[in-house]
Design a protein around this ligand. Sequence first.
Ligand SMILES: Cc1cc2nc3c(=O)[nH]c(=O)nc-3n(C[C@H](O)[C@H](O)[C@H](O)COP(=O)(O)OP(=O)(O)OC[C@H]3O[C@@H](n4cnc5c(N)ncnc54)[C@H](O)[C@@H]3O)c2cc1C
Length: 308
Amino acid sequence: MLRTTMLAAARSSAVRRLVEANPLTRTVVDRFVAGADTSAAIGVTGRLAEKGLHVTLDHLGEDTTDSRQADETVLAYQGLLAELRRAGLAHRAEVSVKLSAVGQQLSPDGEKIALDNARRICESAAEAGTTVTLDMEDHTTTDTTLRTLSDLRVDFPQVGAVLQAYLHRTEQDCRELAREGSRVRLCKGAYSEPASVAFQDKHEVDRSYVRCLRALMEGQGYPMVATHDPRMVRIASELAGSAGRAKDSYEFQMLYGIRPAEQQRMAEDGERLRVYVPYGQEWYGYFMRRLAERPANIGFFLRSLLTR
Ligand SMILES: Cc1cc2nc3c(=O)[nH]c(=O)nc-3n(C[C@H](O)[C@H](O)[C@H](O)COP(=O)(O)OP(=O)(O)OC[C@H]3O[C@@H](n4cnc5c(N)ncnc54)[C@H](O)[C@@H]3O)c2cc1C
């Protein structure tokens, strides 16, 4: 019910005007989104880099419904990557790309369109001296996304994967992807998934996260530990220690605006900490869909307004 209402609100321009006019909205959006355009994204990246943090930038887009929109997304990433290079920030920042934003859902050959478009972004990233991570979306896209990842890695071995600990399959995926040079971001998962494919109980998800962490830390790849959960952060550090990993052989990742003081503290402690920074004009749809996907996200964002 709540989900349906939020999704309807995401599509309603009247609700959009109402939400955008609310002064609290600006506070929330400024806290979690770097700004509307490339220069705002570069500005935030520069400020985070000065504090010793690393960044991954996500260009916010609406659900891509035609190939022109997918093309615009590619151009936005290419412009961003060129600016990162010009600003001397490419060693500090990579980009995160959703395959749905570059055409994965277009029929009949969305998978090929998305692969070609993602390849163009990877080429620009390589020219700029950085790389790309493919965000993971709902479970219906997991196989396609992993296929695209493996195609891209033939020419761009640095392309990062994302795996979601709430899926039953993920521990096995972690073992398969924990190969030499393989960058893998592990998150809990943000979508509303059925019991047939995903753990429903929070403790089950946490237990799965730890099993997946163990597989990644004991493997040969480069684990990217994406969580704000202090328990998972501690366990990841312990597992890295017992696997004999150096600090530069894995990293932590958190979202822009969420536990910023902790992000800074970890970086000062010598951890590599990467901040996921969304930017772009389409923050409204992004927010409403994130909230609709998982009502717990409402608490997630509100809580971070109250905590440091
Ligand atoms: C860098 C990054 C990239 C991501 N990429 C993807 C992706 O590609 N696909 C995908 O499905 N999901 C992605 N996610 C989202 C992820 O799946 C989770 O939905 C989200 O991170 C919440 O899970 P959590 O592990 O942070 O902790 P939760 O289980 O939400 O919270 C556990 C504990 O963490 C602490 N905490 C959590 N949130 C806050 C807060 N706001 N303020 C203060 N303390 C807090 C609290 O102690 C809380 O009890 C990504 C997350 C990050 C950080």
